[in-house]
Design a protein around this ligand. Structure first.
Ligand code: UDP
Length: 451
């Protein structure tokens, strides 16, 4: 057991599943390096302290009222939280800093999700270094950071006639791949991203859930543009699983079901914690899966289908018709599922965590990006790393069936499987002693200790 250093780090995750997981994984890593950990969190989507007995937890009032506590419009939600959390966070931290001075243990720094842009102002006022954690890819950050240029050049807002056009300033992206998040007023999204970028650049450094070899070109470009240290220590889930930070109960029967399936035959389908689809899309997916004749494990999160609680739109007798070939669950132990030998493909919304988890287990992907950075991730999966295909057109059962067969049955899928094994090996070795992420973690710990 690593000796305690008497240095405490305050970590502040964004209360969304894809952000909570990497932050709590990072907390575990830093704890293993001897730092004491305090997690400050909102009341909305709060993590379960019982799963992390080594950490101290503190909830701050987030001021969300009624329907505001919803992920339906994530831009509205995080913009509101950035405003509401300023005073409670400032006051709590200010008090903590003064009490700890007399307490012996020093508070070394603050690590917040990059989206908490307000936290830089608090850190400056209280004179405490703030590092940010980026939970998305470096390549998508470049896309977000280029928004002012993209607006100036007319690539944004996206126009139907230009969607297929390449964006020479951001290869290999086309206009359709640019990371935007729909909200009632696009100006709110541009404003939010500009604040996040400005305050990230003002921080003491960026911890990135990525690894050197995977995004070497984007990382090198970033290093030339940014004047603060960068620590690509990912993939964070390789060190600690996400199970303990889950917000929904995992259906463990999925593993016993997978145990009965043949190697590389099952398509795992999940669109993460935020994406929503229409009832029409849901039905096309259901029929596409049924017609493909491949076994499938499908996560239908409650609320995934707009205006439905769960599976109400599914045609009567659907599951009986597909028989034992298909299983639908509400939430999966995703890392364990992807690592299961029965899994042969992952139909994903291309969230960054899901993409990394799939790369780590050598599972080729069918990408169905919905918002923001997912478009960029999908482009890299299909066109740079060439370990998946992209379902870009409107969801139609015939197209779905064709893409499933491409990845699961045809030679092309086999080639992707061979290519992804290269990344699997790289990802596994980067976190071992002497690997790039291992070394960055060592230098991050030394950097934090030097504050
Ligand atoms: N996840 C899970 N079970 C599921 C679906 C997702 O545990 O049934 C986890 C997944 O392993 C990943 C996170 O939820 O760590 C989703 O993050 P991602 O960045 O892929 O997408 P987001 O939910 O942020 O859109």
């Amino acid at each position: 057991m690593q000796q305690r250093l008497g240095q405490q780090i305050i970590l502040f995750p964004l209360p969304l599943q894809g952000h909570l997981n990497p932050m709590l994984q990072l907390a575990n890593l830093l704890y293993s390096k001897g730092f004491s950990i305090t997690i400050v969190h909102t009341e909305f989507n709060s993590p379960n302290p019982a799963n992390h007995p080594n950490f101290t937890f503190h909830a701050i009032a987030d001021g969300l009222k009624g329907s505001q506590a919803s992920t339906q419009d994530s831009v509205v939600l995080v913009s509101l939280l950035n405003i509401n959390c300023f005073t409670p966070f400032h006051d709590w931290l200010s008090e903590l800093l003064s009490s700890k001075i007399s307490d012996g243990e020093s508070i070394t720094c603050l690590i917040t999700d990059a989206i908490w842009h307000f936290a830089q102002g608090v850190a400056d006022r209280l004179n405490i270094p703030r590092l940010v954690l980026k939970t998305s890819s470096v390549s998508s950050f470049a896309g977000f950071a280029a928004i002012p240029l993209l607006l100036e050049k007319g690539y944004l807002p996206k126009r139907e006639s230009l969607l297929e056009e390449p964006v020479p300033e951001l290869p290999p992206l086309r206009v359709k791949d640019l990371p935007v998040i729909k909200t009632h007023d696009p100006e709110d999204f541009y404003g939010l991203m500009s604040s996040v970028e400005r305050e990230t650049n003002a921080s003491a450094g960026i911890i990135w859930n990525t690894f050197e070899q995977l995004e070497e070109t984007s990382l090198n470009k970033l290093r030339q543009e940014i004047g603060i240290p960068i620590f690509p220590v990912g993939p964070l889930h390789k060190f600690f699983t996400a199970s303990s930070s889950r917000l929904l109960a995992q259906d463990l029967s999925s593993i016993s079901w997978l145990n009965q399936q043949a190697t590389n035959t099952v398509l795992y389908v999940s669109f993460g914690s935020l994406a929503t689809i229409t009832e029409t899309e849901f039905l096309e997916i259901a029929w596409g899966l049924a017609n493909s004749k491949q076994p499938f494990l499908w996560v239908v999160r409650p609320g995934l289908v707009c205006n439905s609680e769960w599976l109400e739109p599914l045609p009567k007798g659907f599951l009986k018709m597909v028989g034992g070939r298909g299983k639908i669950i509400k939430w999966a132990p995703q890392q364990e599922v992807l690592a299961h030998p029965a899994i042969g493909g992952f139909w994903t919304h291309s969230g960054w965590n899901s993409t990394l988890e799939s790369l780590c287990e050598g599972v080729p992907m069918i990408c169905f990006p919905c918002i923001g950075d997912q478009m960029v991730n999908s482009r890299y999966v299909s066109h740079i790393w060439k370990v998946g295909v992209s379902l870009e057109k409107r969801l139609k059962r015939e197209e779905i069936e064709r893409e499933i067969r491409r990845v699961m049955v045809e030679n092309e899928g086999q080639e992707m499987r061979e290519r992804i094994m290269y990344w699997k090996e790289k990802l596994n070795s980067c976190s071992r002693q002497g690997g790039s992420s291992y070394n960055y973690l060592e230098s991050l710990a030394a950097y934090i200790s030097s504050f």
